[in-house]
Design a protein around this ligand. Sequence first.
Ligand code: PGA
Length: 254
Amino acid sequence: MRRKLIAGNWKMNGGLAANESLLKALMASVEVDVSEPVVSSEVLVCVPALFLAQCAELLAGSKIAVGAQDVSAHKSGAYTGEISSAMLADYACKYVIVGHSERRAYHHETDEVVAQKALQALRLGICPIVCVGETLEQREAGKTFEVVAMQLQAVMDVLDEGALARIVVAYEPVWAIGTGKTATPVMAQEVHAHLRSLLAQRDETVASKLRILYGGSMKPDNAVELMAMPDIDGGLIGGASLNAADFLAIIRAA
Ligand code: PGA
């Protein structure tokens, strides 16, 4: 059985004071809830890099892990403004999001760059959350399966089975991100099953164990239905992760 992962993606939000009150509210409830066997999910917050030190310190010893939202495709050196996987590892980062559609769209990240980022993260023992997803135009053209397959394939191409087993995939339809439009559980399940079948063509054991998260307007009122689907192993949550009550409700839904 795959353990569910509930990951918050704060995006470019937060501030020292706001982070502290949000994390304290989360910790107060998560610490209580995880002692009950029903709440067995893994909980993670992916924060802007500048807040990693603060969040790692606040969350030390808690049940909530900290992750980053991006990592350089390069190991080290003359890459002004970039943050390496070794730097993330220094801040107790367990996870890093790679290939979020906002980075693909606004920062022109290609499938190959995303694959290199996943590789760099894994080198330092950080789990990459590899995001894939189609735009509305691509969905309407019937290209959803093709698009997500290409995005996933680029990552599979650079990883051996051992490394592949250590990643998380997140299916995030671009048209559902921050729009309030969610893929229906059936629509999402279809794509998740497709992704798992692609992984199974490479290695069945890896495919059966690998977690595939759904992201795109996941909220307390749709989380239960989405996560009840057989191939949906958690969520990557943007907007709702900035509100303690909403994020906690999604954690409980898992
Ligand atoms: P959203 O964002 O939950 O605000 O739609 C999800 C994401 O982009 O990771």
